[in-house]
Design a protein around this ligand. Structure first.
Ligand code: GLU
Length: 282
């Protein structure tokens, strides 16, 4: 395979059955790879045990195979690779780019309510930085005392490592400038989830040699933070192709709660794979 070989992936989170929006996204990535004679990978992003269920993983694999969206190589299941994400977190911690955050949601909400300015980023209100200001001794004693904590990126410290502004190549748009500061001190490991979506997705795209990240345009803002993580870790920069979200006849975004739009239901009603792909605009 030459240096220009295309590698794409579909990376669903198994929080429910595959719906038409997923099919649209999977077929977009599949076609991108197949049209170029490249590879199409499947990755299950099940890092959050509070939302993901193994039976949905099985159903996703089965539905994709039924649709004929065949993938190359083994399926990567993120929950089987927690030590790898831990290593990345450790590497960032050693460089003092992460800090432990002991705040509860209520603590953060209270701080935000009490402050005059409450800026919002793509993932919600920005963290006011309470735990960034803790001393090393206080951090150590609270960790030693077993207090649960998340790990946050010290955004100012991370930005200070950059020698030039970040950007990314978006299909049909050219180079777009990144503004990762919009995320503030992003959570890279939650109290109850070993590593965040942002960390795992960039880790795995690098590890798996993904050359074109394809996904819904709703995740386009996240690319700013992903480019920062790639820069911090010395990971290669992929290209990006964000596709419009599939909408129904009234222009409303199709969501998992629209039961009628799941592949399972359409199969049960006797639809063929070709019909489902057509309804997904694929
Ligand atoms: N796992 C993410 C989701 O299901 C998609 C990740 C990505 O394509 O970057 O929304």
């Amino acid at each position: 395979m030459g240096a220009t070989a295309i590698v794409t992936r579909f990376a669903p989170s198994p929080t429910g059955h595959l719906h038409l929006g997923h099919v649209h996204s999977a077929a977009f990535a599949w076609r991108h790879a197949r049209d170029a004679g490249g590879r199409f990978l499947l990755r299950i992003e099940d890092i959050d045990p509070t939302r993901c269920r193994p039976e949905f993983t099985d159903a996703i694999l089965e539905d994709l195979a039924w649709l004929g969206l065949d993938w190359d190589g083994p399926v990567r299941v993120q929950s089987a690779h927690l030590p790898e994400y831990r290593e990345t977190l450790d590497a960032l911690s050693t460089r003092r780019l992460l800090y432990p955050c002991f705040c509860t949601r209520a603590d953060i909400a209270r701080e935000i309510a009490a402050s005059a300015a409450a800026p919002h980023g793509p993932d919600g209100p920005l963290y006011p930085g309470t735990c960034r200001r803790l001393s090393a001794d206080e951090r150590a004693s609270r960790i030693a005392g077993g207090e649960p904590h998340a790990l946050r990126l010290d955004m100012a410290a991370a930005l200070a490592t950059l020698s030039a502004p970040l950007s990314f190549e978006e299909a049909g748009e050219g180079r777009l400038r990144c503004d990762p500061a919009r995320f503030g001190d992003a959570v890279l490991a939650r109290k109850d989830v070993a590593a965040s979506y942002h960390l795992c997705v960039t880790h795995d795209d690098a590890l798996q040699g993904v050359t074109v990240v394809t996904r819904g345009v709703d995740l386009k803002p996240a690319t700013d933070l992903h480019r920062l993580l790639q820069s911090l870790m010395g990971w290669p920069e992929p290209r990006y192709a964000h596709h419009p979200l599939l909408t129904d006849a009234t222009g409303r975004r199709l969501a998992k709660r629209d039961r009628a739009a799941t592949v399972r239901d359409m199969r049960a009603e006797g639809a063929t794979a070709a019909e489902v792909l057509r309804r997904a605009g694929a």
